[in-house]
Design a protein around this ligand. Structure first.
Ligand SMILES: Cc1ncc(COP(=O)(O)O)c(C=O)c1O
Length: 438
């Protein structure tokens, strides 16, 4: 088939209704600061940091310059058995940002790969310690951990799972914490539901804890429509994991790098997991990269046997890629120079008031928020879940706002450079959108 260069046909777009999109494309041309510009010259305010990743906004000089320079200096260096300084420098800077003993970093290229890496490290860790029977992985309903087989298996969004067979064997799920009636319109962490963590005890009794390697969860779930774990929930999970020798993995792919007003949710919730997965904001979304943080005792457990022996049979051609490392270092410079990793805490109250101001709209059935994350849930059209949400998403784009909808919930996650006036524009636009739709 012959196609001209502008044909939209050949590209199979991810997580997109391809046919509808290709009938009515939404195409970006450029981006700067808080705004995108479309190919037809319209300005779109970025209410979701690209896709929860451009935490420092767009077209940031430090990052652009770092990439330019790196491309002319060391474009690629083999990831296996060869090193380059920027990868080590980046790891050192990252572990300084992370509290506690999470002081070793494994590099990947995405959130999905970070999750696979974390799950594999967890299973392998138990095995090298003589607990090879610990192979079960526990996720949570409505969790999202990317799209590879492990992440899909521990994930809990039905649409993401149902097409892909039986996935990884032995996985089970905690029940989700969404929709607890008393928590509607919570400001910050919801009051009710810490006891939902006790579900892990139930799974321990069902499977026997000696078969469970790890529990993975998002401190705040973004992809399933902004689910903020209730007060005390994560601490309780930690306690149950400790009781049974189970590793706790926080998936911080969206909460990492300042989203909650601290560098990581680990610090915000004051709960220290054994492994933390990150990506997205690590490079401001500019070059694909992920980083998995592990506790020193996990790293040390692998460092045995002859020193030439490969300790972990895992890694990617682009682990610690020089271009990605340069982008990440430029990103960290930007975060540090502008105080972005804690900036959301200063504006979180303003953001909270702004999103909760939408509560009076008849279609709004819940509003929730934490740091620079807001969820505005709309009543579904009877029998047609997600239809209203998608119509609202398209309308918002037409009215100049890029947000994200899952089902019938709008997510807002502005870049950490956002000022009050940007928050006002986002929320005003959402008000007009929600008022305009059926
Ligand atoms: C919590 C979480 N984990 C993993 C991922 C997957 O990341 P990626 O799309 O970079 O593979 C995402 C993406 O949104 C996420 O929110």
């Amino acid at each position: 088939m012959s196609r001209n260069a502008n044909s939209l046909d050949a590209y199979w777009m991810p997580f997109t209704g391809n046919r509808a999109f290709k009938q009515h494309p939404r195409m970006m041309a450029s981006a700067d600061g808080m705004y995108y510009r479309t190919v037809d010259g319209r300005e779109i305010i970025d209410g979701i940091s690209g896709l929860w990743c451009c935490n420092a906004g767009h077209n940031r000089p430090r990052i652009v310059e770092a990439i330019r320079k790196q491309a002319g200096e060391l474009d690629y260096s083999p990831a296996f058995q060869i090193g380059h300084h920027k990868a080590f420098e980046l790891a050192n800077r990252l572990v300084k940002l992370m509290p506690g003993a999470l002081d070793h970093v494994f590099f990947t290229n995405s959130g999905s790969e970070s999750v696979e890496t974390a799950l594999k490290i967890a299973v392998a860790y138990h095995r090298i310690r003589g607990e090879g029977g610990r192979v079960r992985l526990i996720g949570r309903e409505k969790g999202y951990h990317g799209v590879n087989f492990g992440g899909t298996a521990v994930g809990g969004m039905a649409a993401n799972r149902k097409m892909f067979g039986t996935l990884v064997a032995g996985v089970d799920h905690l029940r989700h914490t969404h929709g607890i009636a008393d928590n509607r319109f919570s400001r910050g962490e919801p009051e009710h539901g810490a006891d939902y963590a006790d579900d892990l005890e139930r799974l321990c009794q069902l499977h026997d804890p000696s078969t469970i390697a790890a529990v993975i969860g998002e401190p705040v779930a973004g992809s399933a429509g902004v689910i903020i774990q209730p007060k005390g929930y994560l601490k309780r999970l930690r306690e149950i994991c400790d009781r049974h020798g189970i590793l706790l993995i926080f998936d911080e792919v969206i909460t990492g790098y300042g989203r909650l007003g601290k560098p990581f949710a680990v610090e915000h919730f004051a709960v220290e997991p054994d492994i933390v997965t990150t990506a997205k904001g690590l490079t401001n979304g500019v070059i694909p990269m992920g980083a998995v943080f592990v506790q020193s005792n996990i790293y040390d457990a692998f460092m045995q046997g002859p020193p030439t022996a490969i300790e972990l049979f895992h890694g990617y051609t682009y682990s610690g890629n020089p271009m990605a490392c340069a982008a990440a270092l430029g990103t960290l410079d930007t975060y540090e120079e502008e105080g972005l990793l804690t900036r959301a805490s200063a504006l979180a109250g303003y953001f909270e008031d702004a999103v909760h101001s939408l509560r009076d709209l008849p279609l709004v059935v819940d509003v929730r928020n934490l740091g620079f994350i807001g969820g505005i849930e709309l009543a579904p059209i009877a029998g047609e879940p997600a239809k209203r949400g998608f119509a609202a998403y398209v309308r918002a784009f037409e009215m100049g706002l890029l947000a994200r909808t899952t089902g019938d919930t709008f997510a807002l996650a502005p870049s950490l450079i956002a000022e009050k006036k940007h928050i006002d524009i986002m929320v005003d636009t959402l008000r007009r959108v929600i008022t305009a739709i059926d």
